[in-house]
Design a protein. Sequence first.
Length: 405
Amino acid sequence: MPSFNWEARTKTGGIQKGVIEAASVEMVEAQLRKFGFSNITTKEVVKGFSFKLPSFGGGGKIQTKELVIFTRQFATMIDSGLPLVQCLEILASQQENKTFKDILYKVKESVESGSTFADALAKHPKAFDQLFVNLVAAGEIGGILDTILQRLAAYIEKAEKLKKQIKGAMVYPITIMSIAVVVVGVILVFVIPTFAKMFTEFGGDLPAPTKIVIAISNFLTKYIIVIIAAFYGIVWLFKKYYSTPVGKKTIDRLALKAPVAGPIIRKVAVAKFTRTLGTMVSSGVPIMDGLEIVAKTAGNKIIEEAIYGVRQAISEGKTMAEPLAACGVFPPMVVQMIAVGEATGAMDAMLNKIADFYDDEVDDAVSAMTAMMEPLLMVFLGTTVGGLVVAMYLPIFKLAGAVGG
């Protein structure tokens, strides 16, 4: 069935665009008019030759960008007065990601069968997490689904931006370290043995640095398979240990106390906690439900237990600030601002202000860490490779001096 790009005016005067599959232009226009659109223009999508490699792993992954676009478009359509099922029909038909398209059609079928929109989304946890589902449920109950969806889209965008900051900061050091390992490995395994053979033929006593480098090269060449196997074994044991409750708690505690990364991990956790909880509270989700969802998505066992402790204390009648201060995980400034938010009845606004502040703090901390690591990594790489080269040329200098003398 052919696809058509379309552009039309909504009931509120806005412009909506999309792609829809239909047998003809007339059917496209008839379907869009049924949805309340006017001033419709359509153009058939000309499909050229394309070749796709077979998919391994059972379907494509839903990208964050696709989820944000869907959420924003859905909010616009709901605000324009279009029925829920028709919104899902339009958005599903214009999805290029087959996995997401299938999920949206299944959500539409569930809604048509009598399920609420939130319940229909909850059947697909890989696409829509607990936060998404709970906010949609609150929006349905409060009759503000379009507003909730706009907040959700903004939240997802900010959360993704924070994640990209952390990933971006790790790219440079990982790249430099990988290059260093490859270069040093090639020198030790392929270059040093050639020099060692040449020095053996010359005879004479070698300088101490040269002997050390040759010994390391011999060891690496002889036990390279064992070393690689040991490396993968250590990684496997680490993952196995981290998958246990005790191991996860121990490693997460050490991560929070790490000299350079620890403060950044704590700031990321605070930003995520306040942003998520602030979005849920402002959307009408009960504080107890919000804390449970935030705890499950904390990503750090120590912070997760601290949030559950806060939830338990609130259920016993305490304020939120008291247990937050007692757990020792959250900075005093955060606790004091939350206390002010509770006292003034502006908890959601205060949480979002804290999240904005800590987003900037994370950005500054990541930039500072990157700026600090760049010269350190270059010095490490230069010293390592330069040291190997000098160690191997020392006997040549010694021989040249002996010949010249």
